[in-house]
Design a protein around this ligand. Structure first.
Ligand code: GLU
Length: 494
């Protein structure tokens, strides 16, 4: 196997994909693309009780949505498949047999109660409380006795007696003393292999050269180094000891680790709110990395071109939802208006602002409206609230309604007088353009009646758009058209 970079993203399909996990996917993808290497996507679904097909689908969807294509993995295949661990059972059995044959494992008959008891005693006596190696050297007779007692056994890995040191690509030298890495379980009593076995085994079999993953897995690395060493000695896999890079924690509010349960941690939250893939991916990259200088706005292509794992910052990164949203707003404004319009459509359909198959006319109107709303938007789901008034009352759309509180506040006696004056001023307009509407209203309401702009245009805005906050008024009236604008002034005056 060549020395080309092979990285992997290997989540377990439980629950909704979360942003910390997607940051890991992104950095692996970027490293593969930067180095011309291979991005492997593997599904670690060995826990039937917790894994779900829905979560598996959501993982694939989230990666595709973000634009992170994989070179090997589910639905794509590859030389080292299958890429779902649930389909690799036979491979693991073979590896276990070889490890056992080579003397790298032993059967451990200790019961849960015995383990707890000894752990507590060790703690009391101030000793390391990990597994004490009690079953390391059982004789055949002892094994037979345990079996006669009806005990079941797990398979433990026999840790070599050495300290564990590696040059982490993010954290520099990391070391664990031998006493802190006790013998660990590879296979459950029922024969199910555990993460401790299957993760490094697959990394070895799939020729993974670099393991970029969350810092929460740091303490599992010595065990994985030891297993890799054993696999190399047994001639299993690529023979390459992968390099490790532990990516910084992602902290949420109050400097606590972003929890899976936090709704803002889940991918679906961002999709629902109408983040752009460009915006979310841009922000995720800033969780521990930056393009250099003060540049915080960049594309996936720029990230791939510049990404270097050695420049990942080891300090915890804070997930700042305000900043994430602001960057998304910048991306919204960076899009071509027609592209933006197209991306807004599904949000208008979901909201009931547009029917499922909008007409060409409705789409043209949206394209015309987009330049007036993009400056005020940070997420796409804000669009229905901004352009809903243009479609309200049309077949397949919601009826037009005035916001109750806004109407109460602005369509009082004085407001209704303003509407009547506006109606009169607009009635005879020869052309219906933003400029002519503005001129007519300013002339009548501000110059002739001496009103302050807020008092003059506020009631008109509520009558036309239904709310106090809307896209610019005169442009909105031009877009809505003469007939419907006058109708709305009339009906608000009633
Ligand atoms: N399936 C593991 C997880 O989701 C992968 C850990 C790793 O990257 O090694 O935590």
């Amino acid at each position: 196997m060549s020395s080309a970079v092979r990285v992997r993203f290997c989540p377990s399909p439980t629950g909704d994909p979360h942003v910390g996990m997607l940051r890991t996917a992104l950095f692996n993808w970027a490293y593969a693309r930067h180095t011309g290497g291979t991005f492997v996507f593997r599904i670690e679904d060995t826990d039937a009780a917790r894994d779900s097909e829905g979560s598996y689908e959501a993982l694939l969807h989230s990666l595709r949505w973000l634009g992170l294509d994989w070179d090997e993995g589910p639905e794509v295949g590859g030389e080292y498949g299958p890429y779902r661990q649930s389909e690799r059972g036979d491979i693991y059995q073979e590896v276990i047999a070889k490890l056992t044959g080579g003397g790298y494992t032993y059967r451990c008959f200790c019961t849960a109660d015995e383990l707890t008891e000894r752990r507590e005693l060790a703690r009391k006596e101030g000793r390391e409380s990990g597994y004490d190696g009690k079953c390391r050297d059982l004789t055949d007779v002892q094994i037979e006795q345990f079996q006669e007692q009806g005990r079941t056994s797990v398979t433990r890995f026999r840790m070599p007696d050495q300290d564990w040191v590696w040059e982490d690509l993010v954290r520099g030298e990391v070391s664990f003393g031998s006493a802190f890495v006790p013998d660990f379980v590879l296979v459950r009593a029922n024969g199910d292999p555990l993460y401790t076995l299957v993760n490094p085994t697959d990394d070895a079999l799939m020729g993974i050269t670099h393991v970029l993953r969350g810092e929460d897995l740091l303490s599992s690395t010595p065990r994985q180094l030891a297993l890799h060493q054993a696999l190399i000695e047994l001639g299993i896999g690529s023979g390459v000891m992968p390099k490790f890079a532990h990516l910084p924690y992602v902290m949420g509010e109050g400097n606590k680790k972003l929890s899976k349960r936090d709704p803002e941690a889940s991918f679906s939250h961002y999709e629902r709110l109408g983040f752009l893939p460009e915006g979310l991916v841009n922000y995720l990259a800033l969780l521990g990395w930056s393009l250099g200088g003060d540049v915080e706005f960049f594309s996936l292509e720029q990230l791939a071109e510049a990404f270097d794992v050695s420049r990942v910052n080891p300090n915890p990164a804070r997930f700042d939802i305000k900043k994430c949203t602001a960057i998304n707003g910048d991306w919204i404004r960076a899009l071509e208006p027609n592209d933006l319009a197209e991306r807004i459509v599904p949000y208008l359909v979901t909201d009931g602002t547009l029917p499922a198959g909008p007409t060409q006319e409705q789409l043209t109107l949206l394209r015309e409206a987009v330049p007036h709303i993009s400056t005020r938007m940070e997420v796409l789901s804000q669009a229905p609230g901004m352009v809903g008034f243009l479609y309200a009352g049309e077949p397949g759309s919601k009826p037009f309604e005035l916001d109750e509180a806004d109407a109460q506040k602005l369509l009082n006696e004085a407001g209704l007088e303003v509407l009547a004056a506006a109606r009169a001023a607009l009635d005879g307009l020869s052309e219906w353009t933003t400029t002519s509407i503005e001129e007519a209203l300013r002339q009548s309401l501000i110059e002739e009646r001496g009103l302050k702009p807020r008092l003059a245009f506020g009631p008109v805005r509520v009558a036309i758009t239904g709310r106090r906050v809307s896209p610019p008024l005169f442009e909105s009236m031009e877009l809505l058209g003469r007939e419907r604008s006058l109708e709305r002034l009339d009906s608000a005056a009633r």
